[in-house]
Design a protein around this ligand. Structure first.
Ligand code: C5P
Length: 230
């Protein structure tokens, strides 16, 4: 069997409907290792979206549901989606260590990826919800808390990835959105880095959406970004 070399990219399939998501997935899966299904698509289509986007491609699934509730409810949700066999499932680290641990224990075959501080949250917003101090302090604190509770992966901005890597050591998978190829439009991402820079700073998996899915030819866009990394 020929092994396929795919780039460490999770394409964010932020599509309005199943047909579009499936078309994007079919175009990009020869080139990337992971496809990411987020809240919009999962809430609209339900679990059947997973087969529609994975097909027989053999790539891994990143279920970006950002769970945040009491530990018992998060455990139930994590165990419900574990049957879809995602490689990664996101939870909010700010739900606390018991909540993160509940997800880890409920879905032992899934890598629980804890979101530290959303990239959309500024220092002012953090203060307004009672978390004063520099955002990076909150990111490092939440990263350590989540890893201590068993999270195998963390989601953080490429601007924070070097500090998070220093905080948690080499064995935790670091996932970074906010990645843009040189010259690409940043859109609503405030702090961006190029794919090569994010990897050099310690990221293991890059989440890339619109630079690929918004291109006239998503397959070609994925191939080009992937080729620069392999
Ligand atoms: O299109 P774009 O490359 O900006 O897509 C980034 C993806 O990463 C989106 O699915 C977005 O929800 C997700 N994400 C993010 N920032 C975070 C966590 C997830 O942009 N902190």
């Amino acid at each position: 069997m020929t092994s396929v070399l795919r780039a460490p990219i999770a394409v964010a399939l932020d599509a309005p409907d199943v047909e579009t998501a499936a078309r994007w997935a079919q175009a990009v899966t020869p080139h990337v290792a992971v496809v990411k299904v987020g809240l919009e698509l999962f809430c609209r289509c339900g679990p059947s979206i997973v087969d529609a986007v994975l097909g027989g491609s053999g790539v891994e699934l990143f279920l970006d549901l950002k769970l945040h509730d009491i530990p018992n409810t998060v455990a139930g949700a994590a165990s419900s989606v574990a049957r879809l066999k995602p490689r990664y499932l996101t939870v909010h680290a700010s739900g606390g260590a018991d909540m993160v641990r509940a997800a880890v224990e409920a879905a032992p075959d899934v890598t629980i990826a804890a979101v530290t501080v959303l990239t959309s949250i500024s220092a002012d917003v953090l203060t307004s919800v009672g978390l004063s101090g520099p955002p990076l302090d909150a990111v490092r604190r939440l990263a350590a808390l989540a890893v201590g509770a068993g999270a195998g992966a963390l989601v953080c901005s490429p601007m924070e990835v070097a500090a998070v890597r220093a905080e948690v050591g080499p064995h935790v998978v670091l996932i970074t959105p906010g990645v843009r190829p040189l010259g690409a439009d940043a859109q609503d991402q405030a702090r961006v880095a190029t794919p090569a820079q994010a990897l050099a700073d310690g990221a293991d998996l890059l989440v890339i959406g619109r630079p690929i899915t918004g291109a006239a030819d998503p397959g070609a866009a994925a191939a080009e970004i992937a080729a620069a990394l392999l």
